[in-house]
Every structure is written in C-alpha cells, then in structure tokens.
Design a protein around this ligand. Structure first.
Ligand SMILES: Nc1ncnc2c1ncn2[C@@H]1O[C@H](COP(=O)(O)OP(=O)(O)OP(=O)(O)O)[C@@H](O)[C@H]1O
Ligand SMILES: [Mg+2]
Length: 272
C-alpha cells in the first residue's frame, strides 16, 4: 500500500446502540460497492472483542488488533486485503482478557489509526452495540455519523441514546439515520418522521434520513455464504439502493464541525 499524500481519507461511523440491526451487513456491502468503484476502502471491526466482520466476508484474518495492541505488529501489517481495493482490520473473537479496551489501548488505537492517514479513500467503522467507551470515542472521531435503527421503539430509543451522548459529550451536530428491516415502508416512514422531530426538538442536532431499507431475507443467506450481498446479486434493486446510499454519503461535504477531528484533521480534507 503506497501512501498517496493527495488521497485524503473520509471516516464513517456506523453505530446503533441496539445490537442486531444490520450494521455489519451494511458496512460489508457499502465497502464492497465502494471498492468496486475504485475507492480504496478499509473496514474496521469495532466489535473489539467479538469481531464478526471477517466471518461476514468469508476470511479468516491472519492478524487482529490484539497483536497490534500487544505491540507485536503495527496496524498496517494487521490490515488484510479481502477483495481488490477492500481491506479489513479484524478484531479478535472471544479472546480471554480482551473483553474491554482500557484507556491505554484506546489511545494506542487512535494513534495507530491516525498513522493510516492518506492510505485509504474511505474508512468504515463497524461498531459493536452499546454506548460504552469502546464505541463512542471512536464514533465521535469520524467525519460522518450513520446511526442505524429499525422502526421499533426498542431500537430507535437506543439510536436516540447514542445521538444524545455523541451530541452532548462530543459536540457532534450532524447525523444520518439509516432505517433497516422495514416491513412496511409507509409505516416506517411515519414512525421515523415523528422520531426525527423528537430528536430535533430535544437535541441540538441536524438529522437526515439516509434511507429506509426493507426486510431482506437474502441478507441472511449472503451471511451464510460469507459473501457480500452485492457480490451475489450485483443487479438487484437492493444493491441499487445501497449504491444510492454510497452516492449520498460521498456527496455530502465535510465541514469543520464534523467529528472530533482526531482522525485526519482539517488539513487533510478529502478532495473530490
Ligand atoms: N434489512 C434486513 N432484513 C433482514 N435481515 C437483515 C437485514 N439486515 C440485516 N439482517 C440480518 O440480521 C442479522 C444481524 O445483522 P448484522 O450482523 O448486520 O447486525 P449488527 O447490527 O451488525 O449486529 P451486532 O450489533 O450484533 O454487531 C443478520 O442475520 C443479518 O443477515
Ligand atoms: Mg455487527
């Protein structure tokens, strides 16, 4: 991987609060689409102790961040190419003593990720569920926040919680809301519209609806086959919707107000 000083890097965070809402499926498929479009894309498995991205993509990672944090290898050496232009930084799964990242490990990871500057066009963070310190500081450091939810109250309540923490503790002001697993587009649209009104009235944030994705059982099939859906069904309507999500996210300009600017500060704004 040669460093391209003109590349610039856009960092996107996919969080949810509640688990099992489709973050990993989204990250896998958006990453696959971007890499096919020629964008060098890194997926980071932010489920630090229950990593699943490798499974979703059908690879058995040679290294995980465990080896990085123990100082045995640097972060770039732990990054593995899984498809042309698509790279994975995997997390270990169920390693004893690695259940939670302590502050030193978190800081070390921040510095290591910072060193990847300009190596990738896009970095996608697939967070674990929950609103703990393994999620929020990493989410807050990204340029773009994508909060994933279903239209069920237990799910959007957790989406609200993570936006509240990110806005009040880290001054994040802009969010994209991604709705998944919808059984009725109209009903989800109505519920989410009301939800976004509540968010706007309670938190000082700008929130935009990215899309409402239907319940799609073939995503489970793709997971069982350990391949991105978009690889199996490249011309499907669902794949086209995912491509539209890529386009919308990419076209959204980044401003000084995005994130903590810890990852790649203002001087390395991605260029068009
Ligand atoms: N739109 C959808 N329709 C139907 N099933 C879906 C959809 N999106 C994801 N799934 C399925 O839901 C399950 C959970 O998805 P996924 O692992 O992507 O969620 P997650 O938010 O990453 O979960 P976790 O919080 O545990 O990391 C998987 O079996 C996946 O195939
Ligand atoms: Mg996941």
């Amino acid at each position: 991987m040669n460093s391209d000083s003109m590349m610039g890097t856009r960092v996107l965070s996919f969080s949810s609060g509640k688990g099992g809402v489709g973050k990993t499926s989204l990250v896998t498929n958006l990453g696959a689409l971007w890499s096919k479009a020629g964008k060098k894309t890194l997926l980071i498995d932010g489920d630090w102790s229950l990593g699943k991205l490798g499974i979703a993509m059908g690879v058995r990672p040679k290294w995980t961040i465990e080896k990085v944090l123990s100082g045995e290898i640097d972060l770039l050496s732990a990054v593995q190419e899984v498809y042309p232009n698509l790279y994975l930084l995997a997390s270990p799964s169920g390693v004893l003593g690695f259940e939670e990242l302590d502050e030193t490990s978190r800081n070390q990871l921040f510095f290591e990720i910072e060193a990847l500057k300009n190596q990738f066009h896009l970095i996608l963070f697939d967070h674990s569920s929950g609103v703990h310190s393994g999620v929020t500081p990493f989410a807050a450091a990204a340029h773009q926040q994508i909060v994933v939810t279903t239209s069920e109250p237990t799910s959007y309540t957790d989406a609200y919680a993570i936006m509240k923490i990110l806005s009040q503790k880290y001054s994040i002001r802009e969010f994209w809301l991604m709705v998944t697993m919808s059984h009725s587009h109209n009903e989800s649209d109505r519920i989410i519209d009301r939800f976004m009104d509540v968010v706007r009235s309670q938190l000082e944030v700008k929130i935009r609806l990215l899309d409402i994705f239907p319940w799609e059982p073939r995503l489970g099939e793709a997971l069982r086959r350990q391949k991105p859906f978009v690889e199996i069904y490249p011309s499907d309507q669902f794949t086209q919707k995912l491509s539209e999500v890529c386009r919308r996210l990419e076209q959204s300009p980044l401003t000084q107000n995005h994130g903590l600017r810890f990852f790649y500060g203002a001087e390395s704004e991605p260029r068009a």
